[in-house]
Design a binder for this molecule. Structure first.
Ligand code: COA
Ligand code: ZN
Length: 310
């Protein structure tokens, strides 16, 4: 539980976002987007994933992306890995952090990485050993924590079991992911409280999708429980290709704008973030879900209509 008046964002547009784009995203667009996020002061960027190129063709250039990006000193670069082979490939690219991913529900884990949940967690023992030996930070992500498109609600005991495995692997934090936007604010508070009761010092990162319009309400609910780490994606793009009905993450700049309006520090330059989002929209060639990029900030005022002035 934290009372700090500061939150930390990880932007996952380059991974969760680009992985589901219908048209091939060029390596250049990926690198430009990641660099723009770094220049805006985003404290952590999930730059890519080291998965099978046949499973997710958009991530086939993971090594190239990692080679070409500019590493901003105030930013940490993490990458997502589903297995040992992914971790080996990732470590060769020298990320600051590796985020392993497993689904809390067996059915989504099978659809996504072709293993049962606990088979994947067992493989992560070797991954954790490798990552820690390399002196790299390890973080554990949990897809479908708040619900699974195949199984529905996930029993809390099952969520706690997965957290327990990650704690045993000595992860620096866990990412509770709402893969298909099934969480609601009351549910979010319940899950966070249960985890904090058992592991009060474990750093929790919340990853919401806005599939049913509850994304920012869920962020605020988690904030009220003391959570200070959130994942979002530039422009609100995103979604898992192996979860039916998946849509975009919460939009990073909309969430940053919300916290700024509330007087909570993010360390991010919102103007630069909005510019990055508009540039990415042009590069992707379709409208993005982000709202502040269209509406402007709350206090971007407009001139009076003609005849009303004075
Ligand atoms: N990167 C590249 N190649 C990989 C790999 C990885 N992370 N993991 C396995 N491979 C290769 C193996 O080396 C093997 O190659 P070979 O046939 O030349 O020996 C081949 O793939 C099959 O290995 P296997 O362990 O049987 O993998 P699989 O076919 O069961 O696939 C995953 C498992 C995890 C690699 C695959 O399902 C995947 O990449 N899923 C990613 C899903 C995703 O990104 N979802 C969205 C984000 S949550
Ligand atoms: Zn996601």
């Amino acid at each position: 539980m934290s009372n700090s008046n500061r939150v930390w964002f990880t932007d996952v547009a380059a991974r969760d976002g680009f992985q589901i784009e219908p048209q091939r995203v060029s390596t250049e667009t990926k690198v430009e987007t990641i660099n723009a996020l770094g220049a805006a002061g985003v404290p952590c960027i999930e730059a890519t994933s080291f998965v099978h190129p046949k499973a997710v063709p958009q991530m086939a250039d993971a090594e190239e992306v990692m080679k070409r990006i500019t590493r901003y000193p105030g930013t940490r670069y993490t990458v997502l890995v589903p297995n040992l082979r992914g971790a080996e490939r990732a470590l060769a690219c020298k990320p600051d952090m590796i985020t392993t991913v497993v689904s809390v529900s067996d059915s989504h884990n099978r659809a996504n990485i072709r293993r049962r949940t606990f088979e994947t967690l067992n493989e992560f023992e070797q991954v954790a050993h490798l990552v820690h030996s390399a002196g790299v930070t390890l973080q554990g992500a949990m897809s479908t924590t708040f619900g699974c498109a195949f199984e529905g609600r996930i029993p809390l005991e099952r969520v706690l079991e997965v957290v327990e495995h990650y704690v045993a692997l000595e992860v620096d934090g866990v990412v509770l992911a709402d893969t298909t936007g099934m969480a609601n604010p009351a549910h979010v508070r319940q899950v966070i409280r249960a985890i904090q009761d058992r592991w009060p010092d474990l750093e929790l990162h919340l990853h919401f999708h806005n599939t049913r319009g509850m994304g920012l309400a869920n962020v605020y609910a988690a904030y009220l429980e003391g959570v200070r780490h959130f994942e979002g994606s530039l422009g609100g793009i995103g979604g898992c290709p192996f979860a039916p009905g998946a849509t975009g993450n919460i939009c990073t700049e909309d969430a940053v704008h919300m916290f700024m309006e509330m007087g909570v520090e993010t360390g991010i330059d919102l103007d630069r973030l909005l510019e990055a989002s508009r540039d990415m929209e042009r590069a992707l060639g379709h409208e993005l879900p982000g709202q502040v990029m269209k509406a402007g900030r709350t206090l971007d005022l407009h001139p009076l209509p003609p005849g009303e002035a004075g």
